[in-house]
Design a binder for this molecule. Sequence first.
Ligand code: TRP
Length: 329
Amino acid sequence: MEIVLSGIRSTGHLHLGNYYGALRNFVKMQDQYKCFFFIADLHALTTHPKSQDFHAGVKAILAEYLAAGLDPEKVTLFVQSNVPEISELYVLLNMIAYKGELERTTSFKDKIRGHEENVNAGLLTYPVLMAADILIHRAHKVPVGKDQEQHLEMARLFARRFNNLYETQVFIEPQAFNFGSDLLKIPGLDGSGKMGKSEGNGIFLIDDEDTIRKKVMRAVSDSGPTVPNSIMPESIQNIFTLLKVVSTPDTVTYFTDKYNDCTIRYGDLKKQLADDICKQINPIRERIQTITHDGAYLRYVIEKGTAEARASAQATLKEVRKAVGFKSF
Ligand code: TRP
């Protein structure tokens, strides 16, 4: 069975973009592939999160993954820092990752622009750690968004380079997993671009009904069309995109017709959108609350996932160490 792997940094709660863009597809994949899904807490350290808040961030994502329907009996769920083999592989891969190519990485160039005061080596070698995450489980497929494609390309490069240097075939070159028509790009509520964590833009899986309604009612719109069948501005298109994701086709047709004959009232549209988001999210939020308070279950999930992930990682690392030339006395 093909191996699929994905990681997410523990830097905040999951929003509808994470859910409809990736997580819902992960849930569908768990029967077809051998899946490794993990929380990249080491990657999250590049921005120096406060230690007293750190664990809560990891726990939140774990509970949200489980609440969304990932089944620990089917997939391996783990936390990156619980698998020290990843860190060891990271050290070894760092020896074949060149400063120039790391400095040229788009994400690094973007990051240093915003954070001149914290251009640390972890940020520079971010793609090396990500390659270690992927290569340690010899994953075939990695679902990635556009922003991560270059990192995946580098994982392939390091795999190839390592295999050539040590005359081994231990690593597989991972390919991008393409969701095809299942890939939904979820726009934000602030009128342009995709949903993210920023204020006024995202709806989180933990948001209660009141919060969801307030956020949706405040979503950027305009004063409405005055000419029949006019082209929608981006902010309105975004509201319709969200509606298509959470509502029935009939509802979408109803409001599209209203837009086209200029009788639409955005208040009604937003109220419908909020209702339908709540309908989808309420059961997930309730499960998040239950799971978050079930320490025994979370411990069970992590102990199981850690054991599975470490077994897989140790098998790879054994071959890697042999290829490099480590020997016991
Ligand atoms: N860099 C990814 C992101 O920011 C998170 C990540 C870390 C990841 N390691 C990974 C994704 C391995 C896929 C595979 O979204």
